[in-house]
Ligand binder design. Structure first.
Ligand code: SAH
Ligand code: SF4
Ligand code: F3S
Length: 478
């Protein structure tokens, strides 16, 4: 690696990324040097985003920063002066897509040698990935990580001024930087970060290494952001964190997630969602607040990962099938009309047929409205990477398809309850193919396609005429 160090590159380091200290989180407000403000004048940018909502939100900040320094958005690669791929490292498949895109971009760089090709996001936080990019994808001349998005103007300026690559990734616990410029992709729904990072270290997961330690934004900053969104006509906010139930624990403050939820519910926002709740610290006060505020949507995503205690233990998930069930029962009793979804991993190293069957039993028990199901993908640097007793590919596929069949069965069963019912849909827009067909989501988080006449951002009443497994069809009635 020495040659890269000599070139003044800052490279990621998984050993540093693993560290957690009790040191205070550095909090600051974004600022930018005057001289950077016009470096993108008359130039075009394009951003490609992979991964979760945290990445989508980061891309809105990247767009905000690029527009701040003069760039204009384009969707045309041949016109772009800078293309940034915001990557996800959660599974191997997500990474393969990015390498494919990089290959395809090479052609445009040949036509426009001044084009900047940038990589950021979670893959940029991985040691081996960055090395592979530097060795094999020489067209990439900008790499930055999840901790220094705010530095993008300076990193671009280095490329223009010094005619060199800008490679800067920090494997640190992370800061909280307020007021980074942002261009939101939607004018009626918004994601609002309430915390960054993760301290859970589930054995399979790369996120704690790519995103740093759990660090919460201050309650007043979150509420201020939601109030601004309300003033700008937004109808829905999704409060984002890898584990929202841990909100506030890192702060020297007397509030937690339930207080934050309540404060957000008191604004005039019509719909509040939150992602993701870890079953570990979902407490009674949160359930109470959710129950008592009608603008908190009747939908909870509660990742299970596995129904087997043996597997849960090796995964380091900190709950058992029994405690998960107890929490699930409590939620169902207190929030009877809520929709529940989950995440499940199959073929974790050592998962026996019996373990897998326990996962199926749990799906039968919880009858989820939907589940996001994945085959275990080994991530370098995580404890599960070197685990033995791998499951043969054919068996992995079999387990995934058996599970998916069960998930669809319950998804369909749950959706059937909506047949002929009138529901409220927040309209996302008309379909690309047919301008008379609109789509949007109901409070329970289900997608509805319907015939009607309305505007993006309206909340309209729709009668459900057909219930499919993963969406509903209907007609607008009001
Ligand atoms: N913080 C969230 C999850 C974020 S990642 C939580 O704890 O619920 C989203 C999902 O990806 C996880 O819930 C898990 O099901 C899946 N996932 C994460 N790492 C994975 C891996 N190495 N292989 C397969 N699936 C994985
Ligand atoms: Fe990953 Fe577990 Fe953290 Fe979720 S809670 S981001 S699965 S380590
Ligand atoms: Fe992917 Fe990083 Fe999100 S790994 S799922 S983009 S936190």
């Amino acid at each position: 690696m020495l040659k890269y160090i000599e070139m003044d590159y800052k490279l990621p380091d998984l050993t540093c990324a693993r560290k957690r200290t009790r040191e205070d989180v550095n909090r600051r407000v974004f600022n930018i040097e005057e001289k950077l403000l016009s470096i993108g004048k008359d130039k075009y940018y394009l951003i490609k985003t992979h991964g979760c909502q945290a990445n989508e939100r980061d891309s809105e900040n990247i767009a905000g920063l690029l527009e701040k320094i003069g760039y204009t958005k384009t969707l045309d690669e041949s016109k772009a002066d800078i293309v940034i791929i915001n990557t996800c490292a959660i599974r191997e498949g997500a990474e393969d897509k990015v390498f494919g895109e990089l290959g395809a971009l090479k052609r445009y760089k040949t036509l426009n040698p001044n084009m900047i090709i940038g990589i950021c996001g979670c893959m940029a936080q991985e040691e081996r990935t960055v090395k592979t990019i530097l060795d094999k994808y020489k067209q990439v001349n900008l790499i930055f990580g999840t901790h220094n998005i705010n530095d993008l103007p300076r990193l671009i300026s280095n490329i223009y001024e010094e005619n060199r690559k800008s490679i800067e990734v920090y494997s640190i616990e992370g800061e909280v930087i307020e007021d980074i410029p942002s261009v939101r992709t939607s004018s009626h729904k918004a994601s609002v970060n309430i915390m960054y990072g993760c301290n859970k270290f589930c054995a399979y997961c790369i996120v704690p290494y790519t995103r740093g330690k759990e660090r919460s934004r201050l309650l007043e900053d979150v509420v201020k952001e939601v109030e601004e969104l309300v003033n700008n006509g937004y109808k829905e906010v999704t409060l984002l964190g890898q584990n929202v139930n841990a909100y506030g624990k890192d702060l020297d403050a007397d509030y937690d997630f339930s207080d934050l939820l309540e404060a957000v519910a008191k604004t005039n926002i019509k719909r509040i969602r939150f992602m993701t709740s870890h079953p570990w610290d979902f407490n009674d006060k949160m359930i109470e607040v959710i129950k008592n505020n009608s603008n908190i949507m009747p939908y909870i995503h509660l990742p299970l990962q596995s129904g087997s205690d043996n597997v849960l233990k090796v995964m380091n998930r900190r709950y058992t099938s029994q405690t998960y069930k107890e929490l699930f029962d409590k939620l169902k009793t207190n929030l009877p009309n809520f929709a529940f979804t989950t995440d499940i991993i199959v073929a974790f190293p050592g998962e026996s047929e019996e373990d897998f069957n326990k996962t199926l039993e749990m799906v039968d028990y919880c009858k989820y409205d939907n589940a996001f199901t994945f085959i275990f993908s080994p991530r370098e640097g995580t404890p599960a990477y070197n685990m033995e007793n791998l499951i043969p590919q054919e068996e992995k596929n079999r387990r995934l398809s058996v599970l998916n069949e069960k998930v669809s069965y319950y998804a369909n069963l749950n959706n059937k309850k909506y047949q002929d019912k009138i529901v409220e849909v927040l309209v996302d827009g008309p379909s690309k193919k047919n301008p008379n067909i609109y789509s949007g989501y109901i409070p329970e988080g289900k997608l509805v396609n319907f015939k009607g006449k309305c505007n993006v951002g309206d909340i309209v009443k729709v009668k459900i005429t057909e219930a499919l497994s993963f969406s509903l069809n209907g007609e607008q009635v009001e």
